[in-house]
Structure formats: C-alpha cells, structure tokens
Design a binder for this molecule. Structure first.
Ligand code: ADP
Ligand code: MG
Length: 346
C-alpha cells in the first residue's frame, strides 16, 4: 500500500490512486451505506417513514472561490456548508455526500486532500458519509460539484411555497457579515504590503470562510411543525424573500430596523462609509435561514432560539400578494424592496 507524500502529484498517482486516497481519508461507517465508494453506484438502505432530500451545487474556481485568499480547506468547508444549508432549509437531516470534481493536473494532490478535509470538517458534526463521486482532469480551472442527500420524516419538510398572509418572517443569526468578509479578504489580497486585519475584520472574514449551516434550527422547526415556509439565504435577503413570495403567491413587509446586524458589520460599515442595512439586504452567502411562522407560534420560535443558542429575529410579516414586497423604515416610510442580490449571467 502506498503512502501519500507531499510531493505526490496527480500525474503520478492518477485518477484511481487519488480516489483510493480520498476513500481512506474519509471511510464510511454507517450500516445504512450498504455499498459506498468502489462500485458503479452506491447502495443505501433508507429508513422506513422517511423521505429523501437531494440537492446539488457547483463551485467553479474564479466564480465561487478564489485561491488568492481562501485555502483549499476553506473552499471545501464553504462548499459543504452551501450544500448542508440546502438540507437545513428543508428541515432535514444530512446523510450522504457525492463529490464530483475536475482538476487541472498541475494541482498538488495535497490541495485536493485539503478540499476533502474542509468538506469533512463541515460535515463531521452531522456524521455525513462520503458515498461516491466522479473525477476528471480539467484544462484550466478547478471545478467541484457536490450532491448531498438527506432524510426527513414524511411530509414534514419546509418548502418555499407555504407562507401564509399574517405569518411572521424570521431569520437566524446576523445578515451581511459574509459579504463584508469577502470585501475584507479581497481588499487585503490586493494590498501590498499585506496589512494585518483588525479584530472586527477578522471576524467578518471568518464568517465568509466558515459559515454555519443551520441544520439544528431547521430540524427543530420541521419536527415541531412551527414553520410554514423556509429558504436559506444564499443570494441575499432581498432576492431570497422574493422566491418565497413568488412560490407562496404572497407579498412581504420587511422592517429595516429589525434586520439583525452584528456589531462587527456596524464597525466595518462606519469605517468604510457604507450602509450596513444594504449589506444585510443584498449580501449573499450568509447561509442563515429565513422562515415564516404563524404569529401564535412566536414563543415556540423563541424556545428554538434558546435551545439551539442561535439568535432568531422577527424581521417582518407576510402580506397579501397585492401588497408587493416593501421595506419599512423607522418613521413609517416604506419603499419597494428591490431584488438586488446575486444572480449569474447578469
Ligand atoms: P465509473 O467509471 O463507474 O463512473 P469511477 O471509476 O468514476 O466509476 O469511480 C469509481 C468509484 O469511485 C465510484 O464508487 C465513484 O463513486 C467513486 N469516486 C470517483 N470519484 C470520486 C470522488 N472525487 N470522490 C469520491 N468518490 C469518488
Ligand atoms: Mg465515474
């Protein structure tokens, strides 16, 4: 059996040598994985009474990640979090991961192993098993595609299309931190000589590099039947609320003063002369959950926050479709909430 040295390259170990190494790095242990890596398809033994959730995401070098300011391990961690977050938004339990990748053959094998360590690190709190994938060479950029599978008790999943007029709108955590963190990291990568980040900047950068999938909150909201609808905030609140409104055929009022802003984002905004509310509305990649729940369940929502130690803020209400989507400021002035979050091809 060969051992991997830091000098091994993809050219020397080849596709199958690489897969063997990754398989040893992340061995499966669940009895529900009847066959993991090594055959033409994985075989899983689902539990009765459960529905399967499946979601996939791609991550392209230069579009979704930049090795100028992210380590390969950060890339893996963030990619897995994006995937886990989709399962969180459905209220499910993440279980199995498939990893497909295309990599330029000059990439050191240690980078690929570091991607997987990042994936493993993000997945380990939930005992997610690596059950397969696909591996190819790429001419230029690295490409990663993750498919995650999870389960949920039948008919308990949280979807985008069940928000009801009168529901409260809630979000977990604080908003806009990841986008500010990206700004901090990019600026630093382009500044010579390298400057040291202040504490608030470090914290924001960390929120970008190591976001938290809200699995535990999502699971409780689904299990206890608290939420009507949910989505994870990946593109930015102003756009993601739009998906809920469209799918549920409702409108929404968002209260600008109720948006949860971290003290670090406020400091950043002051130092950079920007509006933190804009970051909260337009910034992507927070991977917080947005959900709606009937107002009578407000105490139950507070109990979930207390139990999970994740802050949850009420930021508005679901309105009839004719109301549209509006942002209310503190003196009662309202404006149309424009969808200005991240979108590809624009
Ligand atoms: P096939 O030729 O049938 O597509 P492969 O040779 O591509 O099979 O893959 C062999 C085994 O290795 C399969 O079980 C596959 O799921 C797994 N595998 C391939 N690439 C990866 C990867 N990047 N990460 C995890 N498992 C992988
Ligand atoms: Mg294959």
């Amino acid at each position: 059996m060969s051992r991997t040295s830091g000098r091994d390259s993809l050219r020397t170990v080849g596709e199958f040598g690489l897969i063997q190494r990754l398989r040893r790095q992340w061995p499966t242990s669940s009895p529900q994985v009847v066959q993991g890596i090594g055959d033409d398809a994985a075989i899983l033994q689902p539990s009765p009474g459960q529905q399967l959730l499946v979601s996939t995401d791609v991550f392209i070098e230069g579009v979704h990640f930049d090795l100028a300011f992210q380590t390969p391990r950060d890339v893996g961690f963030r990619a897995a979090t994006a995937n886990l977050s989709d399962i969180a938004a459905m209220g499910g339990n993440p279980l199995y991961l498939l990893v497909s990748m295309a990599i330029p053959d000059h990439l050191p094998i240690t980078n690929v192993r570091a991607w997987y360590r990042g994936l493993q690190e993000a997945c380990s709190p939930y005992q997610v098993e690596l059950i397969g994938g696909d591996t190819s060479s790429s001419l230029h950029h690295a490409f990663l595609s993750l498919t995650i599978m999870g389960t949920i008790q039948s008919n308990r999943s949280l979807t985008r299309n069940r928000a009801k007029v009168g529901d409260h709108i809630y979000v977990t955590g604080t908003l806009g931190d990841s986008h500010a963190g990206l700004h901090v990291l990019r600026t630093r990568a382009n500044t010579r000589p390298r400057v040291r980040l202040r504490r608030d900047e470090q914290w924001l950068a960390q929120r970008h590099l190591r976001p938290t999938p809200r699995i535990v909150v999502g699971r409780l909201l689904a299990r206890q039947g608290i939420a009507h609808a949910a989505i994870d905030l990946s593109d930015g609140l102003s756009g993601d609320i739009c998906h809920v409104c469209k799918e549920s055929r409702v409108g929404a009022e968002i209260w600008a003063t109720a948006l949860p802003l971290s003290s670090h984002l406020r400091t950043f905004a002051k130092n950079n002369g920007v509006d933190p509310v804009e970051f909260a509305l337009r910034g992507g990649d927070d991977y917080e959950l947005l959900f709606t729940a009937p107002s009578k369940y407000h105490q139950k929502v507070c109990d979930v926050a207390q139990k999970t130690k994740v802050s949850i803020s009420c930021i508005g209400t679901i309105q009839p479709k004719s109301f549209g989507r509006r942002l209310r400021h503190d003196q009662g002035r309202t404006q149309t909430l424009k969808k200005q979050s991240y979108t590809h091809f624009r």
